[in-house]
Design a binder for this molecule. Structure first.
Ligand code: SF4
Length: 375
């Protein structure tokens, strides 16, 4: 344990970041094989280290498309449909067909398809299935990751028949959270049943758990983990609730980073052979450094938009570090489609990335000189 504390002390961006030594001691158990595995970081910041054939941000590689634009009937307290706002709208099947054509021309390898929910936490994809099938028949290599929301068996099969590659849904493990945060008259069992229906298909299944979903507190996360574990998904994405989307009359606290770290450790222990990914949604600032440091130490497989110093931390802990110069939307695609292949991210000169990160922290006049030296 003291070894890991010593490592942390050497990493400049973590100098003032408070971490729990007891938790680190548990994460540092020498027999934990997860701690020795490859870790993949996703961020456009590493573009300077990309090979010439990888250009631009991953948004073009895996655009996010919403069939309702920015509209959502549920307007959950933690989101208020804000997550949909920056997405490409495709409000009709014809729009979707056009959007996919445009995105394929721009070099997209796939898309994340989602939309706002109705009052039963269903996204109404029914009018789109024929178009999705046509998209898959026309562009077989184009991958479609679908945010399914709640489904029944018939809907899950229709998604599968449409050619969906990856089915994603948020799993909530507390009735109070479903009722109060999502304003939904559904039970925890509905979430488990939906996951079971998706897992019964040939689609790859990637559930998400939002940590701190009950107004910034943990409530149903461990139960959600139990549910997810039972259905043996292809990967699990963890995100941390972001308080700033909430309205003043229903405020969210910033989730406790140490509790987040404990959850990472428990998730890693519960699902030893399943890729665990930290998605890009999480609070910014000091707490992000804490969360990300715990994610590296707990042995997560992928981190989108890592905080400063994480590449160095992973490298110093002896993990094989790969970076993918892309926005986090590519992360699910990569983790699920290609985590075991050699092209799952670039193996980079870690020292070069560390020097790059350090140069970013220097005053601008010095920074320009240092960055140019590296290019
Ligand atoms: S259903 Fe989804 S998009 Fe709609 S408000 Fe809730 S989390 Fe946001």
């Amino acid at each position: 344990m003291s070894e890991w504390l010593e490592v942390l002390r050497q990493i400049e961006p973590l100098e003032d970041v408070m971490l729990d030594p007891g938790l680190i001691a548990q994460m540092a158990r020498p027999t934990e094989p997860a701690n020795l595995s490859r870790i993949n970081f996703y961020t456009p910041t590493f573009k300077a280290y990309a090979s010439s054939e990888i250009t631009g941000c991953g948004k073009q590689a895996w655009p996010a498309v919403s069939i309702t634009g920015g509209e959502c009937k549920l307007a959950c307290d933690h989101c208020k449909a804000k997550i949909l706002e920056p997405m490409i709208p495709a409000r009709t099947p014809q729009d979707l067909w056009r959007v996919v054509h445009e995105q394929v021309d721009l070099g997209a390898q796939g898309m994340l398809l989602t939309g706002g929910s109705n009052h039963r936490n269903q996204v109404e994809y029914a009018p789109y299935y024929a178009t999705l099938r046509r998209i898959k028949d026309t562009f077989p290599a184009f991958k479609i990751a679908l945010h399914t929301a709640l489904v029944d068996l018939d809907i899950a099969r229709r998604m599968e028949d449409a050619g969906i590659d990856v089915a994603m849904m948020d799993v909530i493990g507390a009735q109070d959270t479903i009722t109060q945060v999502y304003h939904l008259r559904r039970g925890v069992d509905d979430f488990e049943r939906s996951l079971g229906y998706l897992a019964a298909t040939e689609m790859k299944v990637v559930p998400h758990i939002v940590l701190g979903l009950h107004y910034g507190r943990f409530l149903g996360e461990w139960r959600a983990l139990d549910i997810v574990k039972r259905h043996r998904p292809d990967a699990l994405v963890l995100v941390v609730v972001m308080p700033h989307y909430a309205q003043e009359d229903r405020p969210f606290a910033t989730p406790d980073a140490h509790e987040v770290g404990r959850f990472f450790m428990d998730a890693r222990a519960a699902m030893r052979d399943t890729p665990l990914l930290l998605g890009c949604a999480r609070p910014a600032g000091r707490v992000k450094s804490q969360i990300d440091a715990y994610a590296v130490m707990a042995g997560l497989n992928g981190i989108a938009h890592p905080a400063d110093g994480m590449v160095e931390l992973a490298a110093r802990l002896g993990r094989e570090v790969r970076v993918t110069p892309a926005c986090c939307s590519i992360a699910v695609g990569n983790e699920v489609m290609a985590i075991d292949t050699e092209d799952a991210g670039l193996q980079v000169d870690v020292q070069k990335v560390i020097e790059f990160e350090r140069a970013q922290r220097l005053p601008p006049d010095i920074k320009i000189v240092r960055v140019e030296e590296q290019m």
